[in-house]
Design a protein around this ligand. Sequence first.
Ligand code: PLP
Length: 377
Amino acid sequence: MNDDNNDNSSIHIPFCDLAATNAPYAAELKEAAARVIDSGRYLHGPETAALEQELAALCGTRHAVATSNGLDSIRLILRALMELGRLRPGDEVIVPGNTFIASVLPVTELGLTAVMAEPDEATMNLDMDDALRRVTPRTKAVIPVHLYGTPCNDPGFYDEMRQRGIFLLEDNAQALGASVADGRPTGGLGDASIVSFYPTKNVGGLGDGGAVMTSDPVLAQTVRTLANYGSDRRYHNLYRGYNNRMDEIQAAMLRVKLRHIGRINSRRDEVARLYSAMITNPAIRTPMLAVGDRQVWHQYVVRSKRRDALAAHLEAHGIGTNIHYAVPPHMQPCYAGSIGGGLPVTERLASEVLSLPIADVSDDTARRVAAAANSFV
Ligand SMILES: *Cc1c(COP(=O)(O)O)cnc(C)c1O
């Protein structure tokens, strides 16, 4: 950013500027950090306990366990289900093909079989019919991802999974604060959910953090134990666990951010609606605006057959963009065909999606981004 350049059109619009994101909360964050520093409680303290209560209330679950990050949260749930005898190595877990790789890594790490399913063309969330076609007698869990902040919501599909005894693990990393038409929040629709507080997420920490939400007290307790070396009481290790706890200082930072979640999410919604109203270029497809469901716009993702040219055009106009995600997990070198292929919708989306700036965007900035997008030929 060049502050002493008065020519408005040449000011760079970054895709994301975390210092700017946190600036409105800096005084509160510093005060909260000082409180923890002076308290002498750095783990297992009152900030973490309070954050857990606030997260459970937000997601409409009975329990929440604060953790080290989103990926570890998924692993904790799956490991807990294995310890409880509800999942066995080799069991199949359905995951959308166009998700961030962290949705898949814990599945394969634990010796479960990842079955990648196609996204729906319109919503870009899991295609429920495609997922149903991939269900086999070995299918024991499905991970619906509320991608880009749009609820992955099909009551019929959730009911069908429940009837078949298939565990519903919502990956709510990108959608904290979203809800479905009847008002129920994402993160409380399935049997358990995870959230991530990675710094760029809508409620972003000052470092890593995550949480597990569930109304199942046994699952919650098992996750909590696993995240603390597998220790159910002092120096007694029931499981071969992990150290996946959240720090008190991070919990305090997140409690500050969480107080502002309403404003954070509604501003993103305003910007998304401005973009959708103003971007009229037929070469660009804007994302679906859900009817009834509340989207929280972790990303505002447009599509174009000429995505790379569009990104270069916006860059030439000083606008930073990003791609979520350019290479789907099944095509990453670490998987190289081992988690299936033949996902034409997933692969086409990977070649067409482009994320526009959505955090800390003023109305004026939104107008400039839309005008630049409309001038793309
Ligand atoms: C960010 C993210 C994760 C992982 O969260 P971390 O806290 O970065 O480990 C998992 N799934 C999705 C969909 C994400 O966007």
